[in-house]
Structures are given as C-alpha cells and as structure tokens.
Design a protein around this ligand. Structure first.
Ligand code: AMO
Length: 431
C-alpha cells in the first residue's frame, strides 16, 4: 500500500479566507456527510474546530462509505463557499480514510445525542472528542500551569514526595493498604502531609501537585478515591499568611481563565465567578449564623452537609471558615495561643463545597507526640516523622487544595467526575 501522508498543513480553525487558492491538508474526524449526488459536503472536525470540504469524482465513494467519526486526512484547495456556516471550504483532491470508526459508536461525540455520565465515562477517550469536554481538560491543564507559576514566583519550589508510604499521613481511616515485598504492609498516600512538613527542616517553601488516595466509602458528587491535590508548606509563616497565599492563587486562576481562556469557558458554559474578596468567618461566627437560621449546633460539632449548604446560601461564592475547635482537626494542627479550645486552622469553601484545608502546624516534637497519643495514634508509627522535628524544625503552615473540586467550581460542573479524566470511586475502577 502507498505511504499515507498523515501530516496536516493546517488545523481546521486556520482554514480561512486568507488561504483561498492554496492547497491545505487537514486531519480530523468526519462529523457529517451530506450526499447530493455528484458531490458530497463533508465536515471535518479536529481539536481546534470544524471545516467543510467538498468531495467529488474518485474520492466520492471512499467518503460516502466511511462511517462518521472515522479518522481522515483531506487534501485540497481552499475556495470561497456559499454555505451559511462556512466562509470557505476545501475542494478535495485526496480523501484518505486512516481508521474507520465503529458504527454505531457507544456515545455520540458531537454531543447532539446526550448520554448519561456513566456511559460517557465508559467511553471517556471518545467523549473527549466533544468540544465541550475537551475544553474542560484544556482549562484543567492551564489551571495547573497558572498555579505552578503563581507559587514558583512566590519562592515555592516544586517537590515530589512518595505515594507509596509506610504509615498513614492523615490518621488511620480511609487508607488503601497492600502487601509490600515480603510481609511488610504499605499504603497509598492520602496526602503529602508528613513529607511536606519534614521538608521545612531544609527547603523553606515547597509545593506539590500530585494524586492522593482515600478509601472513602462516599457516594457523592465531590468524593473520589483518587484525587489531585495542590499542597503547600512554608516555614516561618503563620496560618493567616498561607490563607493570603491561597486566596491569591485561587484569584489568579479565576481571573486568568476569564482574561485568556474565554472561548473554553464559553464552551463549557461556565459563569463568571467573583473572587474580589474572600470573607473570613470563624467557626464560632458560623455557629451563630446557623443558629439564626434555625440550625442549632453545639461548640465542637462538625459542620454537617446541611449546615454547610445553609452557610453557602448565606455566603454564595468563596469564603473561609477559620479557627475550628482543636478536637475536630488532625494531630498536626497547632492550637490557638489565646484560646486552647481553638486551632489555627481553616477551610476554604465555595458555597457548600470544601475546596481546601490547612493551618499552622505543631513544630515542637514533644507537643506532636502528645497530640498523636491524644488522638489514639501510636507515636512509634510516626517515629521517622517526629525525628525530623528534633533537627531544628521551624514553625510552619500550609494547605491542601483539592484541584478537582476547584476545577468543578471554575467550570460550573456539578459532579467532580466531569473534570477528572478517568475517575476512581467505590464503583468505578475502569477504564
Ligand atoms: P483534607 O483532608 O481536607 O486536608 O484534603 C484537602 C482537600 O483535598 C480535597 N479532597 C478530596 N477531593 C476529592 N475526593 C476526595 N476523596 C477528597 N478528599 C479530600 C478537598 C479537601 O479540602 N493534609 C491536609 C491539608 C493540609 O492541612 O495541608 C489534607 O489533606 O478539596
């Protein structure tokens, strides 16, 4: 068989009136075929858009026989078009079907026929051919880029800590464990918490963007068993300082999305999000506001889903809840000096949804051991961790931001699975 030239000269969006009279080769997928006898109008979609081509003569048969969504290259001369939707079209000299698509496909990637999310996730790669879905993942990519840039330019260095670990980072619950060479037991990291804190002994300001794993038996639109988190840790900073950093990072992503990625935001149907000012409420203020709304909670109660939904309706958009009761927070969180019931901790919320949590950490090894024991954790299991605190550990603070949840908010999606390529949850392990 003759060698096929698979290289494109132009993307579909580049085929415009400046190219009239020139030869182009586009590569993409057949979207529609309109057969009008001696010729056929075919639309070809690629990742950038769609163009129309006119097929005649010897190429007609192969174009008409090809199932929609087959991968093709099309070569021809650009000419003006009378079509309503296309100012120009390509008069085809060579129409090559590279790979035929199955007919019928499991989902319609044009999005004209809607499929339930599970069906789309079962055929995720094909789902990405839908321009709306592809736009979500382009935005996800630039979101990460913006965050990396924002943190690096503030002096943070990017690190990679292990995902196979020997002890729990967030306490005992929801760990995935597995056998590790011989009869040892290993776990998948729930967060980089222990490592990012240890790094404060030498690296001062670090961030990590990575996958974390939680055996959450939750069936919600916001929990996954594998999620992506942006974590930071910074020495010689208190919790309000790292709240400022978080606020800046989130604002930067939201603003840059709207300044530079409006077409993708429009494709996903996202509304503009206000990040002008992020309110900082204390836990106790939240209790008061909730009591006024008829939701009575005692000091020390966690904020339930329904309580968070009420708070979300009072504070639509982003807001912080800070100064949580110490007993509600993990062992590594520092207490407030002026009120021992409270902690130097915070969550960043968007309406009902928790996007991030963080705080000032205990940096004195003796206090850390006491807190571990108080929380029913075995200090011996955390020996390697606590050792690092004996090497001149500076005071430090940090946070973990659920990147998938942030993307959910910024794209206006209601289900975290929409913004994750291959989500993992209690039911889904494939594809
Ligand atoms: P936390 O456990 O609150 O804190 O997690 C931080 C953020 O990660 C996201 N997240 C999840 N997203 C999807 N599915 C899940 N199962 C899931 N679990 C958590 C949330 C959450 O706010 N070590 C601390 C952070 C710190 O103090 O630095 C931690 O992991 O958006």
């Amino acid at each position: 068989m003759a060698l096929k030239n698979i290289k494109r000269t132009h993307y579909a969006f580049q085929v415009n009136d400046t190219l009239v009279g020139q030869q182009v080769r586009v590569g993409g997928w057949i979207e529609d075929i309109r057969d009008i006898g001696k010729l056929a109008f075919v639309t070809i979609r690629d990742v950038t858009g769609i163009c129309q081509v006119i097929v005649t003569g010897g190429n007609l048969q192969s174009a008409l026989q090809a199932p929609r969504q087959s991968a093709v290259t099309v070569t021809g001369i650009v000419q003006e078009s009378k079509a309503r939707d296309f100012p120009v079209e390509v008069k085809v000299s060579e129409f090559t079907v590279l790979t035929e698509a199955l007919h019928p496909l499991p989902i319609d990637p044009t999005g004209r026929v809607e499929s339930a999310i599970d069906k789309r996730l079962d055929a995720r790669a094909l789902d990405l051919r839908n321009p709306k879905i592809a736009a979500i993942f382009r935005l996800r990519s630039v979101g990460l880029k913006i965050i990396r840039h924002a943190l690096s330019s503030q002096g943070f260095i990017e690190v990679n800590t292990p995902k196979i670990i020997g002890s729990a980072s967030e306490g005992g619950a929801n760990l995935f464990g597995f056998g590790y060479f011989g009869n040892r037991k290993a776990y998948l990291a729930q967060s980089p918490q222990l490592y990012k804190e240890q790094l404060m002994v030498g690296l001062d300001k670090v961030f990590e963007i990575g996958p974390y794993f939680r055996a959450e038996n939750s069936h919600t639109v916001r929990h996954l068993s594998e999620f992506t988190s942006v974590d930071i840790e910074a020495a010689f900073l208190d919790y309000e300082d790292v709240m400022d950093i978080l606020e800046k990072v989130v604002r930067k992503v939201a603003i840059e999305f709207h300044e530079s990625y409006e077409p993708d935001l429009q494709a996903v149907g996202a509304k503009e999000i206000s990040v002008a000012k992020i309110d900082r409420l204390t836990y106790e203020q939240c209790l008061e506001e909730l009591a006024n709304e008829g939701e009575k909670l005692e000091f020390g109660d966690d904020l339930s889903d329904s309580a968070l939904r009420k708070l979300g309706s009072l504070h639509p958009g982003f807001y912080f809840i800070m100064d949580w009761p110490l007993k509600l927070k993990p062992f590594y969180i520092h207490g407030k000096e002026d009120d021992r019931r409270l902690s130097k901790s915070f969550d960043l919320q968007y309406n009902y949804l928790e996007l991030a949590s963080g705080g000032r950490r205990l940096h004195e090894p003796a206090k850390l051991r006491t807190r571990l024991a108080e929380q029913g954790l075995n200090p011996a299991t955390f020996q390697d961790h606590v050792r690092a605190f004996e090497w001149g550990m500076p005071p430090h603070s940090g946070w973990g931001l659920g990147f998938d949840r942030l993307m959910m908010v910024l794209t206006g999606e209601q289900n975290v699975r929409e913004v994750v390529l291959y989500p993992r949850d209690t039911e889904r392990l494939t594809p």
